[in-house]
Design a protein around this ligand. Sequence first.
Ligand SMILES: Nc1nc2c(ncn2[C@@H]2O[C@H](COP(=O)(O)OP(=O)(O)OP(=O)(O)O)[C@@H](O)[C@H]2O)c(=O)[nH]1
Length: 398
Amino acid sequence: MSIVTVQLGQCGNQIGFEVFDTLFSDSHSSQGLCSKKENEAYQASCKERFFREEENGVPIARAVLVDMEPKVINQTLSKAARSGQWKYGEHACFCQKQGSGNNWAYGYSVHGPRNEESIMNLIQKEVEKCDSLSGFFIIMSIAGGTGSGLGAFITQNLQDQYSNSLRMNQIIWPYGTGEVIVQNYNSILTLSHLYRSSDALLVHENDAVHKICAKLMNIKQISFSDINQVLAHQLGSVFQPTYSEEGSFHYRRNPLGIDWQVRPPISGLPALGKMSLKKELRFNTSIANLVILRGKEVQSADLEGFKDPALYTSWLEPDTAFNVWKTQRAFNRYEKSAALVSNSQFLIRPLDMIVGKAWNMFASKAYIHQYTKFGIEEEDFLDSFTLLEQVVSSYSNI
Ligand SMILES: Nc1nc2c(ncn2[C@@H]2O[C@H](COP(=O)(O)OP(=O)(O)OP(=O)(O)O)[C@@H](O)[C@H]2O)c(=O)[nH]1
């Protein structure tokens, strides 16, 4: 099954390139530490998901590139072409002459409706080239104007037009300080809209990835390119193929098959009587954890720690909440690697901070006119605050 990626804005396009480049170079690496046959199966599975083939044999990314100014798209296209290994489709880009000036309302209410038909047509053309569609992977920042505003608009359209396909948004959380003044407004508007139209949000915080570059990789002058390589490595290690089940040597066909639809019991009461224990421990409680192991000795890795009921909300058994995906095929030239995708309380703090900062600005009506000018009213802000406060409260109570 295939995934169609939609890269939006500067951030989405720059990260998208790194992701495809990592996927391609990993799947063609000769250092997979596995048999030729196994490597071929892995390569074929990666290709079905992320690339299609042109007549002359050059793999083409199953992607649509969208930005409201041409600079980043042109750079992205030429970087891919320079790789000499894979490229983007010739008619897979949509750009205009003028960006959104970090204004969510402009991306959502002006660029969105104005360019809806052209962008949705490009996406449809890419979908038609898949034998079987698993879903959409939408890469965007939440703080700018185009990726965030137009990205939210396009995600809503995908929900209307492809209601049976999964929509997963890879979103980049802004740095806590030092970026544009209205980043928190843009972020709350993006998050509240995606909450309604996306099936899953995969979140990366720029501050956290920056720290990885500084502390673990010892990079002195950290650029977006460094950050994006770390992101691409992490995303690649989640999305590259894994065996469909324990003991099997077949690769899983559906790459996005995580259960994102878990709901608490209607009664709201703890089903398994672990409440008192939970209250005492008070650490990062999870709803779901997925561990992905690749490379040498994956079969003997000890994962018992992840099955501790204290890690999970009281209304889920660890067996339901915890999943492991494995393959012996080494990833990106690392002999062993592990990745964790977690749906947990981890995001409460950053979310609470963004909502708090946006609320402080909203209380003095700062910059609101820039949004009302393009049709986003105070009511829309209030709805976003209410919804996100509800999310913070629900996650605090799991
Ligand atoms: N990790 C990462 N973050 C980026 C990158 N480029 C921009 N950002 C972040 O994205 C946010 C700004 O969004 P952009 O994607 O630049 O803006 P845009 O969507 O193109 O929107 P406009 O510029 O308003 O048209 C900020 O939080 C930046 O830190 C990138 O290449 N990698």
